[in-house]
Design a protein around this ligand. Structure first.
Ligand code: GUN
Ligand code: ZN
Length: 445
């Protein structure tokens, strides 16, 4: 029906393929004056306005965004919604940071009301930043998962999330057991996976906080539920890696722990992977296991510099997406994350161009999560999640953007200077979900 049709007009940018592996012309699409037509939550047409205008149903007037850039909604492949309240916690690296801040905050999520309040703010913050899909950790409590999926459902967002599994090396109030973790995850999969746009992710926190029995149970869940995602952390911090070696001396290394329990493969996203060895990268590529590059977090916690160039080596490319890793990460913005990814790559003498950065933040993330047939692209048939970026969001940005020579240069400026102010509008399933310039709703009284 025409009531469900929306259309937007303006410059369009998206990806057909991975620009780390294919020519720019095969992978990158740019249409200067484009038209996107959406019906019932999906993109039905994307192309030049001049060619598509006659396909607009009678009475559908496109929202015009001249001089903006319309890109697929950003995909955040690693984030902890339950850590929204502890961003910017001073003074420690990973393990101390977990003990001093994270494990304290996550205990508050046994309270469903608190979980609901933070989940609501989290979803709004994603949309303010142009992020329409996120793969997120919850807390150990099933009610923390219910709260997030309920808020995501209210906004019709495509979110993947799961209950943290941890049965050792954390405060008692945060521990489950191999059996309860398995049973609770199974019930949550039945309730949420494929309900609306929600997707479930089996979520062992990381090897140090799960017993072998729990990792075994996580592997069983993965075998029993083929479409479900899996997420955990790997090789983020050198002290963490030594700890894993002492806890699992019979395994060849950190990645091999997950491999042994059947946790690698398509739809598995490992956060960080800063210190993966060459052989571990080979194994990720061979199994189709993805890594989430979280530069703001890796710098904030002093974890190290991710080797993006090696990860995307065309001889054995890994799937890589970008992650904010809130609350060790310092920004919800995938633009700010691209900025830090650029600097980290420069430290390895690898110039990360904006075409590759925007790919990582959109199609690359969707491929990492195994949902590239649905999100991360403006190709017709995909779900109509997209963002309108404003090159004149601030006076300085406007000045800089006025000097660019082409779209790639403009994307680079947006990636380095952009943040939530740059997000003019966010559309979810074809409907306006965030409008930066909308008048604030008056408060009562
Ligand atoms: N490793 C295990 N848990 C966490 C977490 O919550 N954040 C980060 N950055 N790393 C982890
Ligand atoms: Zn994390």
């Amino acid at each position: 029906s025409s009531a469900a049709v929306t259309a937007v007009r303006g410059p369009l940018v998206w990806f057909r393929d991975d620009p780390f592996l294919h020519d720019r012309d095969e992978s990158f699409v740019h249409i200067e004056d484009g038209l996107l037509i959406c019906a019932d939550g999906r993109i039905t047409a994307a192309g030049p306005y001049s060619a598509l205008r006659e396909r607009l149903p009678a009475g559908t007037v496109p929202v015009h965004y001249p001089d903006q850039v319309i890109v697929p909604g950003f995909v955040d492949t690693h984030v902890h919604y339950v850590q929204t309240g502890i961003i910017a916690a001073f003074g420690s690296q990973l393990i101390d940071w977990l003990n001093h801040y994270t494990f304290v905050e996550e205990q508050r999520f046994s309270d469903a009301g608190y979980a609901r309040r933070i989940a609501s703010g989290f979803c709004d913050e994603l949309l303010r930043n142009g992020t329409t899909t996120a793969l997120t950790f919850c807390a150990v409590y099933p009610q923390s998962v219910d709260a997030l999926f309920e808020e995501a459902s209210r906004r019709n967002m495509r979110i993947a999330a799961g209950k943290v599994l941890m049965d050792r090396n954390a405060p008692d109030a945060l521990l489950d057991t191999a059996e309860t973790g398995y049973a609770d995850s199974k019930a949550l999969i039945a309730r949420w996976h494929g309900t609306g746009r929600n997707l479930y992710a089996i979520t062992p926190r990381f090897a140090p906080t799960s017993t072998p029995a729990q990792l075994e149970a996580a592997g069983a869940l993965r075998r029993e539920h083929p479409g479900v995602l899996t997420q955990t952390h790997v090789s983020e911090n050198t002290g963490e890696i030594s700890w894993v070696r002492s806890l699992f001396p019979e395994r060849r290394g950190y990645l091999d722990v997950y491999d042994h329990y059947g946790l690698l493969g398509p739809r598995t996203v490992l956060a960080h992977g800063v210190h993966l060895t060459g052989r571990e990268r080979d194994r990720c590529a061979e199994t189709g296991t993805a890594v989430s590059h979280c530069p703001t977090s890796n710098l904030f916690l002093g974890s190290g510099l991710f080797h993006l160039h090696d990860a995307k080596d065309p001889r054995r490319p890994m799937l890589v997406g970008l992650g904010t890793d809130i609350g060790a990460g310092t920004s919800f913005s995938l633009l700010a994350t691209m900025n830090e990814a650029y600097k980290v790559a420069e430290l390895g003498n690898y110039p990360l161009d904006a075409v590759k950065s925007f790919y990582l933040a959109t199609l690359g993330g969707a491929q990492a999560m195994g949902i590239a047939d649905r999100v991360g692209s403006l190709e017709p048939g995909h779900e109509a999640d997209f963002v309108v970026l404003d090159p004149r969001a601030t006076p300085l940005l406007a000045e800089r953007a006025s000097r660019v020579g082409d779209i790639e240069e403009l994307l680079f400026v947006l990636a380095v200077m952009g943040d939530d102010r740059t997000v003019r509008a966010t559309y979810v399933a074809g409907a306006l979900a965030h409008d930066r310039d909308a008048a604030p709703v008056p408060r009562g009284g």
